[in-house]
Write a protein that binds this ligand. Structure first.
Ligand code: ZN
Ligand code: ZN
Length: 355
């Protein structure tokens, strides 16, 4: 498996960001990313995808879109559209039709910040997803640092602290988002792929005379990323490589990582049975025994969850194994101590062992 690192859900100066795709590719390269997926609000920017930079600094820039329904108050139902290769705004008011159109175009659909709180002092509304009567979407954005900021900030003082010391703020996806995801994956009978989104805007928020600058792109690109596992290395041919990345994302061959405390490269969650070897995102028909294997980049605290419930916890281990005959949806969370607190470090996509 070839591991690649992407930042997903980024706004450029085509919407409310303040950097060009070109600038962002440079920042991504500085952050050691293989690629980024930009998603401007209700605009698909055509003709800008490709590789930027040269040699080792080459960065893949994929251009998606963040669709929302402007007729709702506040404008809600934010959907990250990836690789649809056409404008999806006409479908913004009908979530299921939007999803169907994305699927028809070979694209992927991720529900952005599915659970949010408002932050009224900054005029920030609650942009949670509203219409859950939907099916056939690809997945959800599990961790969004902007949502986290909105949820953990209680007053102007904590806003300033969280803005100035972002490393002290981030703890992981919201518990409510994790619970929602667990419910989706264990009751729908089909995969729901989790990705880490950064929702990078390079925002400046005003509060009277006080201006608070929220996290520059470089901070975001070094923080919450999505590591995507490819079957073969990238070739440098853009279309081939894009298809490979999209295919891996569609299958959930990826994990959500917080790379700031320590690099997460090398993490693997796999399953082994008589039919072969499988990795996170894969679906298996349960026949007889199954051995789950977790490989960590280094010794940390790790837990295995089945259908949303922790069934085994290890501390100070870098290889963990678990044998089972029970069908279920298995996923892994890894925690790491950083800045005086235990924080979410790695959230794997599940292995789906169906009955
Ligand atoms: Zn949004
Ligand atoms: Zn956004």
């Amino acid at each position: 498996m070839i591991e690649t690192k992407f930042a997903i859900h980024i706004h450029t100066n085509y919407s409310d960001g303040n950097a060009s795709h070109h600038d962002l590719a440079k920042i991504a390269s500085q952050a050691g990313l293989d690629g980024i997926i930009t998603t401007d609000h209700n605009i698909w920017v055509e003709g800008i995808e490709g590789y930027y930079g040269e040699g080792k600094k080459k960065t893949m820039v994929l251009v998606g879109e963040e669709i929302h329904d402007r007729t709702l108050e506040p404008p809600g139902n934010h959907m990250l559209v990836v690789n649809a290769q056409k404008e999806m705004l006409p479908f913004s008011q009908e979530p299921q039709r939007l999803i169907d159109q994305i699927n028809r175009s070979g694209g992927l659909s991720f529900i952005a910040h599915p659970v949010e709180d408002a932050l009224e002092m900054f005029g920030e509304k609650d942009f949670s997803w509203r219409n859950w009567d939907i099916e056939q979407f690809t997945g959800i954005e599990l961790w969004n640092q902007l949502s986290e900021f909105k949820s953990v900030t209680t007053d102007l003082f904590s806003a300033a602290i969280n803005a100035v010391f972002p490393k002290r703020m981030s703890l992981g996806p919201l518990d409510r988002t994790l619970a929602l995801w667990d419910e989706l994956i264990s009751t729908r009978g089909k995969p729901v792929v989790a990705v880490g989104g950064v929702d990078a805007h390079r925002l400046i928020k005003g509060f009277g005379l006080i201006k608070i600058k929220l996290y520059p792109y470089l901070h975001h690109f070094r923080s919450v990323t999505t590591h995507i596992l490819l079957p073969t290395p990238l070739t440098g041919k853009f279309i081939d490589d894009r298809n490979k990345v999209i295919d891996a994302l569609r299958k959930g061959h990826c994990f959500v990582a917080y790379d700031l405390p320590s690099p997460t490269e090398g993490f693997l969650f796999s399953a082994h049975n008589n039919d072969g070897t499988f990795i996170m995102g894969d679906q298996i028909r349960m026949t007889g025994g199954l051995t789950l294997q977790i490989r960590l980049p280094h010794r940390e605290q790790c837990r295995l969850l089945k259908d949303g419930k922790a069934i085994k916890e290890w501390s100070d281990r870098d290889v963990c194994t678990y044998t089972t005959t029970e069908p279920g949806v298995y996923r892994v969370e890894v925690l790491i101590p950083y800045k005086g607190k235990m924080r979410g470090w790695i959230f794997s996509n599940p292995i789906y062992a169906w009955r």
